[in-house]
Design a protein around this ligand. Structure first.
Ligand SMILES: Nc1ncnc2c1ncn2[C@@H]1O[C@H](COP(=O)(O)OP(=O)(O)OP(=O)(O)O)[C@@H](O)[C@H]1O
Length: 459
């Protein structure tokens, strides 16, 4: 491990003449505002940077001179006073205009990090789309839009004569006709979009990105992995706008083969060549407050096993993840496994009679209603497919149950990450997988890959 003092090295950049299969990166010294110090290993791509006196730095201090006072005040009102690790590490790079890959645990506050940068760049007095945030699902889009609007609102708009930023949610399942008129009449400052709706607007030239200064792609690994979205995403990154003319920010808690990904970012010109990889807690990909457990039972015993777990744990709020219905089962006209489980829980008396459901096959209004019901306060029990596994922020969730085992380690990480979402709390949260004997080795593989230990429960 090579350590560099603040005067020797301030940050690390990537050169494009590198080979992805070997130690391909070459550190390059860059000038950077003083208080940063960096340490990195010369044999891998991880970069960690810490502010001096990081424990006492406030979000206000970090944002000072970059973000408008009313935005900082709103952040403080919401409760964002102390920056999380990823905010502390990423914001100086973001404010300097560098392209960044934000790679940090679930629930670590990546959204606020990129939104503060977006709000520091845009000019609310200009009627033009200046920032674009691309998300994989409507649910995540609605969540990001809500936080962006909360931060952007300027309470002294009338006295100061300064308009608040406008934020448009251009999401699949929305009213594209209304959005068209809005975009034509008075373009919003910030657009939060799913790729499908976005591309429709771009193809028809209703939305143009020539004034866009920041492009954020949230859950970037998911987007690049989705056969449905990847070609549109690549077009967005290279044809509809150029990395030379914008700041590009990618975010996710999981970036498999991140060295290869960073190499591709530069080679394919998805980002500029000096993209920074902000990798927080690289040896601990999941929050440390998570307690992982498993129970073994036969497939036919899963329902009563779940019920026993719920009765023993008595969770304040829980999400139960169930696999999507297979095409074969759909064709056979069978009821979806989610519905069957909801019916079982509802009929099993007690406090589990009030169960919510979130799955792909529900219409958009039902899905929105389901989530806003949960956010209304009080405890909840949600049965969901993996549509709820990415980005959805329900901070009151204390327990996750994998009724069906996730399909891979990345999927395990994102499901588990729906709990433990209070950055400054170390309250224990629980992730419990209900598995068959044959699935034990699969879970073991996840444990090795994600570096965690699972405790076996016996009933
Ligand atoms: N500085 C902060 N102080 C207090 N709470 C914060 C701070 N930053 C973010 N949070 C809260 O932490 C929670 C998680 O934040 P966020 O949704 O941005 O996580 P994330 O890193 O995007 O997670 P995921 O990878 O799962 O999408 C949210 O409830 C958010 O309000």
């Amino acid at each position: 491990m090579a350590h560099f003092s603040a005067t020797q090295l301030h940050t690390l950049s990537w050169t494009s003449s590198v080979n992805p299969n070997i130690a391909y990166r070459t550190p390059k010294l860059l000038l950077y505002p003083k208080p940063l110090r960096a340490s990195f290993s010369s044999s891998n791509v991880e970069t960690t940077t810490l502010m001096k006196d990081s424990s006492t730095t406030t979000l206000r201090e970090l944002c000072y001179g970059h973000v408008q006072e009313h935005v900082i005040l709103r952040a403080e009102e919401i409760g964002y006073v102390i920056p999380t690790k990823v905010q502390l590490q990423a914001l100086p790079f973001l404010f300097s205009g560098r392209d960044c890959v934000l790679h940090a645990q679930t629930g670590s506050g990546k959204t606020l990090a990129y939104l503060l940068q977006v709000l520091s760049v845009v000019d609310s007095q200009r009627s033009a789309v200046q920032a674009l945030i691309v998300v994989p699902t409507r649910e995540l889009g609605m969540q990001v839009t809500k936080v962006a609007r909360m931060l952007a609102v300027n309470p002294s708009e009338h006295e100061s004569g300064l308009k608040s930023c406008t934020v448009m949610a251009l999401l699949d399942g929305g009213m594209l006709k209304r959005h068209k008129s809005w975009l034509k009449a008075e373009p919003p400052t910030i657009v939060v979009a799913t790729i499908g709706s976005l591309c429709q607007m771009l193809e028809k030239h209703i939305l143009k990105l020539d004034t866009c200064q920041v492009l954020v792609v949230d859950e970037v690994d998911f987007m690049f992995n989705s056969s449905k979205e990847v070609s549109s995403l690549k077009r967005l990154l290279t044809s509809y706008s150029s990395s030379k003319n914008r700041q590009t920010i990618f975010a996710s808690a999981s970036i498999p083969q991140h060295r290869r990904f960073l190499y591709d970012c530069m080679q394919q010109k998805w980002t500029r060549a000096d993209v920074v990889h902000v990798h927080v807690n690289s040896v601990e990909p999941m929050p440390s407050c998570l307690h992982h457990r498993f129970v073994v039972c036969n497939r036919t015993e899963k329902n009563p096993m779940l019920l026993s777990l719920l009765q023993t744990d008595s969770p304040e709020s829980a999400i139960i993840f169930v696999s999507e219905q297979s095409e074969k089962s759909k064709k056979a006209g069978s009821a979806p496994p989610t519905t069957l489980l909801v019916d079982f829980l509802k009929s099993s008396c007690g406090r589990f009679s009030d169960v919510s459901l979130l799955e792909e096959d529900m219409n958009f209004n039902q899905r929105a209603a389901s989530l806003s019901e949960l956010r209304g306060g009080g405890g909840y029990l949600l049965v969901a497919t993996d549509i709820a596994a990415r980005g959805v922020d329900l901070p009151e969730t204390t327990h996750i149950y994998n009724f069906d085992i996730p399909k891979d380690a990345v999927n395990y990480l994102h499901r588990a990450g729906r709990t433990g979402r209070k950055p400054f709390s170390d309250k224990k949260c629980f992730v419990t997988s209900i598995i068959t004997v044959e699935e034990r080795f699969v879970l073991q593989r996840f444990e090795n890959e994600l570096m965690f230990c699972c405790e076996q429960l016996f009933f």
